[in-house]
Every structure is written in structure tokens, then in C-alpha cells.
Design a protein around this ligand. Structure first.
Ligand SMILES: *[C@@H]1O[C@H](CO)[C@@H](O)[C@H](O)[C@H]1NC(C)=O
Ligand SMILES: *[C@@H]1O[C@H](CO)[C@@H](O)[C@H](O)[C@H]1NC(C)=O
Ligand SMILES: *[C@@H]1O[C@H](CO)[C@@H](O)[C@H](O)[C@H]1NC(C)=O
Ligand SMILES: *[C@@H]1O[C@H](CO)[C@@H](O)[C@H](O)[C@H]1NC(C)=O
Ligand SMILES: *[C@@H]1O[C@H](CO)[C@@H](O)[C@H](O)[C@H]1NC(C)=O
Ligand SMILES: *[C@@H]1O[C@H](CO)[C@@H](O)[C@H](O)[C@H]1NC(C)=O
Length: 625
């Protein structure tokens, strides 16, 4: 396009010149420059105007050598086209177009860096003379992707000289590429505090590599800054740009503020807790030293920003300061926090041990010294809550009032904060017998019965047992507690008995009477058929029995005498031979012998006695004996 415009412009000029003088030269028009990437094909056009036909024009192409001489590479007239041998272009160029339309084009294949020279197109006309034009060939090579390298070390804001931040490199570009450093989005230029140094290397291939490093005085603000390089390079018709990755740097800077706080426990602190203090500055300088101090004399250097105080007491309350000393700048800054350790002393119960007379009123108080906290007092007896509040009032005391009271003081705001105290109450008074369900006892004759007498009283009553007829009973066992006693006696029931338990102490006496009624033992030996008989016999009093046996003996003796008389009479009659048979004689002797046995047995056994009565009183078959 540009070529065409310039051509028509020049054509006008030529017409002007031509009319001015016949000796004027051939007018040649060419582009100033042609731009092409290395390895591509370049085309250089040569436009001319001549009144001569195609046959009268000679076309020659040259290029300029370093020393200012020109070297022909191509020749063409109406008869021949010759590419000069032995030049760098001998086998890389071609020219098309015959010149008939006033345009010839030199084509150069596989353009190299050294092809960046001036090419000359020379036109010789038979009638118009000679004219020539020049075009500079520009060659470009796109560089490799740029790299960036951060300096690994950390920087301190106290560094006195600018520190090297990083190095950027771009290789194999043509012409020379450009490196620009950026911090965030602002280019870094040589300025006070910043120095950018670029080194350009010309490679053997003719390409250029550029290395650029930046040094600067770092500030705290640089800790989050991103650094990168921008590479600019030329391409045919313009420029292009690429960027490297972003890098960041480590900057050490001292603290400007220090904070110290209680990390745990959260909430209120009580004695015995372990507390963890933490101290942090807003700087990151490794050369700063943190120290925690407390009025109590504590001074502790922290290794990992924490300090643990275990089993704290109220003495640990107060202000804790944390100092941050920057060793590089020798500057010190401080933060503080206030710690309060709550406390609760052991409960004090007044009175501690007390004795009251039965019926009197008892008043006790329970107090615990503590830091300002709302606390609750609860009184317990035997694990049961009986009262709330500092004061415990017990009216109309009885023996049941006696015992151990525990007052428990708790703080609702702080879990686990608790103390307690005890109150021991002793109630003095007259013995009180705990009445059993039944004091009227029936027990079998000759059996033993245990009588229990359970008495409360303080001082512990002494117990005596007596019977109604003044006999002192011996205790089988006696168990005593602080304010009670249990006494047991064993009584053998021989007849109806009245036993008295007499409990007494200095405050009085109380008695309890047991009456025991003797019952007759029911025998278990008697058979079912003889049960009525045997129970009758059992009911017979012993005295009566003894008298009875005497009478029986007398009766038996009389009977024997009668039998003896009868026997002698019968014998007399037998001798006379008329009265009795044989069998009667036998029965008689048998009966006699059995009667002898009965007499013997009667004394030894009651059962035999019963049978004997049967023989005497009722008809018994002989076989029964
Ligand atoms: C010369 O030849 C090239 C290809 O070889 C072609 O692209 C170009 O148009 C030609 N120029 C003329 C003036 O014929
Ligand atoms: C190189 O940098 C300079 C100044 O920053 C600039 O004028 C020039 O155009 C740059 N070169 C390229 C190839 O971008
Ligand atoms: C750079 O920044 C990244 C995240 O933005 C972070 O992970 C890395 O540690 C930083 N490196 C340095 C040297 O500060
Ligand atoms: C805590 O301190 C108190 C008094 O200073 C002490 O009696 C107690 O034994 C300590 N407890 C522990 C677990 O160290
Ligand atoms: C604690 O720090 C505060 C500021 O955070 C300051 O006003 C106060 O005076 C300090 N207290 C002590 C006792 O140093
Ligand atoms: C009980 O015993 C006490 C002292 O041992 C005595 O004084 C009192 O008279 C006795 N009482 C009775 C009813 O026996």
C-alpha cells in the first residue's frame, strides 16, 4: 500500500523532472526498510519508471559490505538473468518480475542475522540513464521466556546497604531486549535506595542475552510486596512484552507494639489454676527478645511467646508487663495486662464443736474469706441439705439434732471453687428409751428370751436391769455409740417375769418395763390318737402326781393282798379237787407275773403309768400288754 502511494507520488515527481531535462535518470522507488524474523523469507521490491520498453532495461541487485563497498549479487537484462556465485546469497535469492510492469522483487530465503544490511536495486535504461534505490533489511529474533530468581536470604529493615532482591534474565533475543523491574505495579528505576544493573551479553550466535539485578533498601512495607520483571523486545512492525513470575521477600522488622494476655483459662482465674500468658509483638524480627515481668519479682525471657504459671495464688495477681527489646536497634517497647487470681479460704465455723442441753437453741455461723465473689453457703447433715445461708439455727434441740454438720461454700461464677467446714453438735440430756413395739412378751416355759433396751442420751446413760423381785439381771451384750447405748439381757422363763431396764445419767433416769408371760410347752412326742390324754397328763401339776402315786401303791398293795387271799382260797379248793379247771390256773400265773413287771416299770416311766391306769380303770385285752 505504502509502496503504491509512494510510487504514484514519485511518478508525478518524475514527470516533472522528465519535462525539465532529457538527461534526467531513471526513477527508482523502494521501501526504507523491510522487517522479518530470522529464518523467514524477506521480499524487497524495487519499482521504477522508464520510457524504455522491457528490452532496454538492465536490473542489478547489490548489498552493502561493512567497509562501505557494494557487492553485486544479481544481474538481469533482456537476454539473461545471472545470480552471482560466491556470495552469501548465491543460493538463497531469486528475483521475479521482468520489469515490464516496473516492479522487480528480490526474495531472500532463510534470513540470517548477518543479512541485516542495505540492499540496492540499480536500473540502467538506454535512454533515461541510471537510477537506484535502497532498502534496509531488519532481522528479529524473539527471546526465550525470561526467568526471575529471588535471593533466598531474609532482609532486615536495619540493613545499611541496599540488598540484592533478585536477578532477572532473558536470553537469545535480537535486537537487544529490555528488562524493567517492577515492585507491585511501579517500575523500579535507579534512584536513591534502588539500583538496577543490567548486563548485556552478545552470544556467539549474534543474539543478545540480558541479565538484570536489583538492589534496594528494604522497608517493612516490602514484606508483602511482589517483585517481577518485564521484558520488552522488538518484532517486525512493533514491540512485544512478557513478564516473569512474581517473587516476594522476607523482611524482618521490629515491633512497634506488644500485646500480652492470658491465653488460658478463659474467664476468671482461681487459686491453684495454671495460667498461660502469651506475648506477641507486631514485628517479626528474630533479633528481638521478649521478657515478662511482674511486681512479685518475676522476670522471665520467653522462647516461644508463652509463659505458664502453675498453681497460682493470690500473690500472682497484678500487672504483667511484656517487653520487646530489639537487639539491632536497641529499642524497647512494652505491653501490659492485669491478672486477678480469685481466692477462697477454708470455711470457718463458729462454734466448731459444741454441746447443748436438750431443748436449747443452737446458733452456728459459717464464713469463708474470699475475693469479691458471690458465694453460697449450704449446710448438710448426713449428706442431706438442711439449711442455706451463713447462719445455722437449730431450735428445740433433741438427740436427733446431735451429729456432724458440714457447711459447703461454693462460688457460682467459678467452677470448682469450693470450701467447707464442719460443726460437731453434742446434745446433753436425760436418757430417752426408744420403746420397742412390744413390751408384753409371751414365751414358752423354760425358754430363754432376749430383752433389748435401746437408749439415747448424753452423756451415755448407764443401764441396769432388774426383775420385779429385785433380782439384778446380767447383760449379755452392750453396744455404745456417742449418744446411745443398746443393752441386751437374756432371761430364762421359769414363770411370769417382769424385767425393768433402768437408764440413767446425770440429767435423769428413764425406765422401761417388760412383762413376760410364761406359756406351757406343747409336747411334740405324743401320738395323734393319744394327744388328748397326753396333754391332760402334761397339765397335771407335779406335786399332784407325787401324791397320786402313793395312793396307787397303797391300792396295788391291797389288791395284791386280796389276790393272795383269793389265791390261797382257790388253792385250798383245788386241793379239795372240785372247783377249778386247768386253764384257769394257767391264766392266773400269767397275770401274776405281768403284775410284777408293772410295778417295776411304773416307777421308771410316765407312759407306763398311763397304761397302768388304763389297766386299773378300764377293760384291756391281755394281748395289749
Ligand atoms: C514474485 O514471486 C513471489 C513468490 O515467489 C510472489 O509471491 C510474488 O508476488 C512475485 N512478485 C511479482 C512482482 O511477481
Ligand atoms: C528499553 O527501555 C527504554 C527505557 O525504558 C525504552 O525507551 C526502550 O524503548 C526499551 N526498549 C525496548 C526494546 O522496549
Ligand atoms: C510469598 O508469598 C506466599 C504467598 O503469598 C507465601 O506462601 C510465601 O511464603 C512468601 N514467600 C516469602 C519468601 O515471603
Ligand atoms: C499449690 O500451692 C499450694 C500452696 O502454695 C500448695 O499447698 C499445693 O501443694 C500446691 N499444689 C500443687 C499441685 O503444686
Ligand atoms: C498498661 O498499658 C496501657 C496501654 O495499653 C497504659 O495506658 C497503662 O499505663 C499501662 N499500665 C501500666 C501499669 O504500665
Ligand atoms: C434406776 O437407777 C438409778 C441409779 O442407778 C436409781 O437411782 C434409780 O432409783 C433406779 N430407778 C428404778 C426405778 O429402779
Amino acid at each position: 500500500m505504502a509502496v503504491g502511494n509512494s510510487a504514484s507520488l514519485l511518478l508525478g515527481l518524475l514527470v516533472l523532472v522528465h519535462t525539465w531535462g532529457a538527461w534526467a535518470a531513471v526513477d527508482v522507488n523502494m521501501e526504507d526498510r523491510v522487517e522479518v524474523f530470522r529464518g523467514d523469507t524477506a521480499q524487497i521490491a524495487c519499482m521504477f519508471t522508464s520510457v524504455d520498453g522491457i528490452g532496454g532495461v538492465t536490473i542489478m541487485w547489490f548489498y552493502m559490505l561493512q567497509k562501505g563497498e557494494r557487492q553485486q549479487i544479481y544481474f538481469q537484462d533482456s537476454t539473461m538473468k545471472i545470480t552471482k556465485q560466491g556470495t552469501p546469497y548465491s543460493d538463497r535469492i531469486s528475483v521475479n518480475g521482468t520489469g515490464a510492469n516496473g516492479v522487480v522483487v528480490l526474495t531472500i530465503n532463510d534470513v540470517q542475522l548477518r543479512d541485516e544490511v542495505e540492499f540496492i536495486c540499480l536500473i540502467k535504461s538506454l535512454t533515461d540513464g541510471t537510477g537506484e534505490g535502497r532498502t534496509k533489511l531488519r532481522v528479529f529474533a524473539t527471546p526465550d521466556l525470561p526467568t526471575i530468581e529471588a535471593v533466598e536470604t531474609a532482609f532486615s529493615v536495619h540493613d545499611l546497604k541496599p540488598a540484592k532482591i533478585g536477578v532477572c534474565e532473558v536470553t537469545n533475543g535480537y535486537p537487544k531486549p529490555n528488562i524493567t523491574w517492577y515492585r507491585e505495579n511501579t517500575p523500579l528505576r535507579n534512584d536513591h535506595g534502588v539500583s538496577v544493573v543490567s548486563v548485556i551479553t552478545s552470544e556467539y550466535s549474534g543474539l543478545f542475552s540480558v541479565k538484570s539485578e536489583v538492589r534496594m533498601m528494604v522497608t517493612k512495607e516490602d514484606k508483602d510486596a511482589k517483585f517481577y520483571c518485564e521484558v520488552n523486545y522488538f518484532v517486525p512492525g512493533g514491540t512485544r512484552m512478557t513478564e516473569t513470575n512474581r517473587i516476594n521477600i522476607t523482611v524482618y522488622y521490629p515491633s512497634t507494639a506488644v500485646k500480652v494476655w492470658v491465653e488460658s483459662p478463659k474467664g476468671k482465674i482461681k487459686e491453684g489454676d495454671s495460667i498461660e500468658l502469651q506475648c506477641h509483638g507486631d514485628g517479626n524480627s528474630p533479633s528481638s527478645v521478649l521478657t515478662i515481668t511482674h511486681d512479685g519479682g518475676l522476670e522471665e525471657t520467653l522462647d516461644d511467646n508463652r509463659l505458664v504459671l502453675s498453681n497460682v495464688t493470690r500473690l500472682n495477681s497484678g500487672v504483667y508487663h511484656c517487653n520487646s527489646l530489639d537487639l539491632e536497634s536497641d529499642k524497647e517497647i512494652t505491653g501490659n495486662t492485669t491478672v486477678f487470681v480469685n481466692y477462697l479460704d477454708p470455711a470457718v465455723v463458729i462454734p466448731h464443736d459444741t454441746v447443748v442441753i436438750q431443748g436449747e437453741e443452737l446458733v452456728a455461723t459459717c464464713n469463708a474469706l474470699s475475693s469479691p465473689l458471690t458465694h453460697t453457703v449450704v449446710w448438710f447433715k448426713d449428706g442431706r441439705e438442711i439449711s442455706r445461708g451463713h447462719t445455722l439455727k437449730l431450735k428445740d434441740t433433741t438427740f436427733s439434732t446431735a451429729g456432724t454438720y458440714v457447711c459447703v461454700v461454693t462460688v457460682a461464677e467459678i467452677e470448682g471453687m469450693e470450701t467447707s467446714g464442719t460443726l460437731r453438735v453434742t446434745v446433753k440430756g436425760q436418757p430417752k428409751i426408744i420403746r420397742p413395739d412390744n413390751t408384753d412378751i409371751e414365751e414358752s416355759f423354760e425358754k430363754s428370751v432376749n430383752l433389748n433396751c435401746m437408749v439415747r442420751g448424753f452423756p451415755v446413760p448407764s443401764i441396769t436391769w432388774t426383775t420385779s423381785d429385785g433380782q439384778v439381771l446380767k447383760t449379755v451384750s452392750q453396744e455404745e455409740t456417742e449418744d446411745s447405748v443398746k443393752s441386751v439381757v437374756s432371761v430364762k422363763v421359769m414363770s411370769d417375769i417382769t424385767a425393768v431396764c433402768n437408764a440413767s445419767n446425770e440429767y435423769g433416769t428413764e425406765t422401761l418395763t417388760f412383762s413376760i408371760k410364761a406359756t406351757i410347752l406343747t409336747t411334740t412326742q405324743a401320738s395323734t390318737t393319744a394327744s388328748t390324754i397326753s396333754s391332760n397328763t402334761a397339765e397335771v401339776p407335779k406335786k399332784l402326781k407325787k401324791e397320786g402315786s402313793g395312793v396307787i401303791i397303797a391300792v396295788i398293795i391291797i389288791c395284791i393282798l386280796l389276790l393272795a387271799i383269793l389265791g390261797s382260797v382257790l388253792y385250798f379248793l383245788y386241793k379239795k379237787g372240785k372247783i377249778c379247771g386247768r386253764s384257769g390256773k394257767q391264766d392266773l400265773s400269767k397275770e401274776k407275773s405281768s403284775k410284777d413287771n408293772i410295778v417295776v416299770e411304773m416307777k421308771s416311766d410316765n407312759t407306763e403309768e398311763a397304761i397302768l391306769l388304763g389297766v386299773n380303770g378300764e377293760k384291756q385285752p391281755p394281748s395289749d400288754q
